[in-house]
Design a protein around this ligand. Structure first.
Ligand code: ATP
Length: 222
């Protein structure tokens, strides 16, 4: 998967959502500019960002003096104030920022952001709810990424039935049309495992395929 390296990120709005994005990007070694209208929020994030600045994102002059227009990725994490969020997104769009990701509060907010041209619209509570429901309903699924409506990558916990089986024994590609991308064993990851690679109970299998086929493997193969 394409890792974004040496890119400049700006996070506007340092609530729980924006704050965790800022901290995580910083932890990963990226350059992050943290912006909030509230000085306390900015101070609380000063050690988790490359620069942290008090500014009102809806004021074009203030944004210009921050040099926001040079950023490749800007995350708008202003939640409750929909007007401030949409106006900020509009200003960023006018600055030709290539990637504008915005947290949406509700359906109407989403529609407006879509029209303005936000590149990605995020509904954290809804998305997290879906993930939690998936984990609750299937305890073998540790995590997953949807590639499309039909295809996904899932992390499955290897059951007893798979203990000491090799990739060849399982033959998931021929039987289920799925690909084992990696095996995680005791914290070590084996990417593109060889056919002889052996699976142990409790290993984590990273599997890619059609959702229907992954489900079939879970039901019949594990
Ligand atoms: P979360 O759920 O992530 O904690 P939230 O949805 O409650 O956040 P808010 O608290 O409304 O969202 O906003 C997040 C942050 O955005 C706050 O820290 C707030 O000070 C900041 N913010 C609001 N308006 C502006 C603005 N015009 N410019 C910059 N920052 C702003």
């Amino acid at each position: 998967m394409g890792r974004i390296k040496n890119k400049q990120f700006a996070v506007i709005g340092l609530g729980r959502f924006g704050g965790s994005i800022c901290k995580e990007l910083h932890r990963m070694g990226h350059e992050v500019l943290a912006v909030d209208i509230n000085e306390d929020k900015v101070n609380a994030h000063s050690s988790f960002a490359t620069h942290s600045v008090v500014a009102n994102a809806t004021e074009e002059n203030e944004m210009n003096s921050l040099g926001i227009r040079n950023f490749e990725y800007v995350i708008v994490a202003i939640g409750a104030n929909i007007q401030a969020s949409t106006l900020t997104t509009l200003l960023l769009k006018e600055m030709d920022i290539p990637n504008i990701w915005v947290k949406a509060q509700n359906y109407y907010h989403h529609k407006v952001l879509e029209k303005i041209g936000a590149d990605r619209i995020i509904h954290p509570e809804k998305d997290m709810g879906i993930r939690i429901a998936q984990s609750l309903s299937d305890e073998n699924v540790l995590d997953y990424i949807d590639l499309s409506e039909e295809y996904s990558i899932v992390e499955l916990l290897a059951t007893k039935k798979l203990h000491f089986k090799s990739i060849l024994d399982l033959n998931v590609r021929a039987k289920y049309g799925c690909t084992i991308l990696a095996i995680k064993h005791n914290g070590e990851i084996n990417v593109s495992p060889a056919p002889e690679a052996v699976i142990h109970e409790q290993d984590c299998l990273v599997l890619m395929g059609h959702k229907r086929d992954i489900k079939r493997f879970e039901n019949e193969g594990m």
